[in-house]
Design a protein around this ligand. Structure first.
Ligand code: ATP
Ligand code: MG
Length: 439
């Protein structure tokens, strides 16, 4: 993509409404714009990242055996009356009346809708287990929307729902999601720590929040420092196998949110305890028959008896993750994208937008990168070198390829790694070989 043809409205100054770094950088890099409190438009650069995050989430859900569906954003109030949650949910629910005076709502979550789909379609234990998920916009009328996409009112969530015949099978479903979550966040370059959590208004028995550590996190968290050295992607684990040992291993390391942490009972010696702030990026629940019983989601069991299904629900804040990744990976110049979610892999900078030789050399590099399928943002503008460097650092692509008059004469380019800051003066061929290599 040529910058001259792109839509990436950069801001030079820090916007005064942004209190945290990810919000500032997303605005400054032209990723998002606020439409009204807690509601954002995603501009091309931001949307590219959102889609990459969404795709990693999708691949890991699919890999775990969950099936993608798409449920609507607007739901009828009657389904929530049937589960008993309509009155309880309170002011966070955006309630709407249609032209026939029917009560509707913009879904804050989808337990009711998915339970309705299930109860109408599945009649026998032989059709279990099932896990249905969707990636869809949710609306919660948060009292204090803030921090940009981290606490919006409208936000993109992946929500999965498992249906099983008994508690043992439901625990297997829970374990599969537990594994999928650890893998999902690790693939995005994040260390997300599962912490035992209160089940809150969703209700139920077992719950973990997946929390990444960041100074700007909204909650205080505590964990064993051994967490900082773990690598969940080190071993490939078959999600179809027995995951209980995996679950036991990963939950044996101490980690707790503020509500669950009791200093008097903490098993980790003070020297090994990390006290930090955390951002919740995912949350999983096993809640048994809380919705299936009142809504009549029953199947015939092995002896013909009617059994309400055992359910769990599993959320990931897809749009929040875009902000959370920036919170975890930036420096004073801008964003430092992990490769897996970077909007482009390479930023190609022509230092002399008005120079025919530099233009020819840059155009040639751009064509080669494009043909090799390497996503490249090509700054072909006739701007000062300083402005171009600042823009590239702000946007934070993993690699910068810099073409200048001296290099063109000598047949070299400068290759800069955004994360380490390392620069190398190498031949154009060597740079291309590096950037087009499989990674
Ligand atoms: P929080 O405690 O942050 O308000 P929650 O516990 O109410 O979140 P869940 O119902 O567990 O949220 O939703 C699943 C995921 O959706 C959360 O883990 C979070 O990543 C994301 N999420 C929830 N509320 C918001 C929001 N207002 N803006 C962006 N993402 C959100
Ligand atoms: Mg939660």
């Amino acid at each position: 993509m040529r910058v001259s043809a792109y839509f990436m409205p950069l801001l030079k100054e820090n916007p005064s409404e942004a209190q945290i770094v990810s919000h500032r950088l997303m605005l400054r890099a032209g990723m998002i714009r606020q439409v009204t409190a807690g509601i954002y438009s995603w501009l091309p650069l931001g949307l590219k990242v959102l889609k990459k995050v969404e795709q990693i989430v999708r691949e890991e859900q699919d890999h775990s055996g969950a099936l993608e569906i798409l449920m609507p954003t607007i739901q009828p109030a009657d389904l929530w009356r049937a589960s008993g949650r309509y009155d309880d949910y309170g002011k966070e629910m955006l309630r709407i009346t249609d032209r026939h005076e029917r009560d509707m709502l913009f879904g804050p979550t989808a337990e009711e809708v998915v339970t309705d789909i299930f109860r109408n379609a599945v009649k026998s234990y032989k059709d279990l287990p099932k896990n249905l998920y969707n990636i869809q916009w949710k609306f919660r009328d948060e009292v204090r929307p803030r921090f940009g996409v981290m606490r919006g009112r409208e936000f993109l969530m992946k929500d999965a729902y498992s249906f099983d015949i008994d508690a043992a099978a439901a625990k297997r479903a829970y374990n599969k999601m537990f594994l999928a979550y650890l893998r999902t966040f690790a693939r995005m370059g994040l260390k997300a720590i599962p912490m035992r959590a209160d089940t809150g208004p969703i209700g139920g028995d077992l719950s973990h929040e997946f929390i990444i550590l960041a100074d700007t996190g909204e909650s205080a968290v505590y964990c064993d420092k051994a967490w900082l050295e773990t690598d969940v992607l080190a071993a490939e684990i078959d999600p179809a196998g027995d995951l209980e040992p995996f679950f036991q291993k990963w939950t044996s390391l101490y980690a707790a949110t503020d509500e669950m942490h009791d200093p008097a009972k903490c098993p980790v010696p003070a020297a090994d305890l990390v006290t930090a702030r955390g951002i919740e990026v995912g949350h999983i629940f096993y809640f048994g028959t809380k919705y299936s019983a009142p809504m009549g989601a029953v199947v015939a069991g092995p002896n013909g008896e009617s059994v309400p299904v055992e359910m769990g629900s599993y959320g990931i804040g897809v749009s929040r993750l875009v902000g959370a990744i920036i919170e975890a990976s930036h420096d004073d110049k801008g964003i430092v994208w992990p490769e897996a979610v970077a909007p482009f892999r390479v930023g190609l900078v022509n230092l002399r937008g008005g120079d025919a030789k530099c233009i020819a050399a840059s155009d040639a590099l751009y064509a080669t990168l494009r043909n090799a399928g390497v996503e490249t943002l090509y700054d072909d503008r006739d701007e000062s070198a300083g402005a171009k460097f600042a823009a590239m650092d702000l946007v934070g692509l993993p690699w910068q390829l810099v073409v200048g008059p001296r290099g063109v004469a000598a047949g070299t380019v400068e290759l800069k790694n955004r994360k380490t800051g390392d620069r190398e003066e190498i031949s154009a061929e060597a740079a291309l070989a590096r950037l087009t290599a499989k990674h």
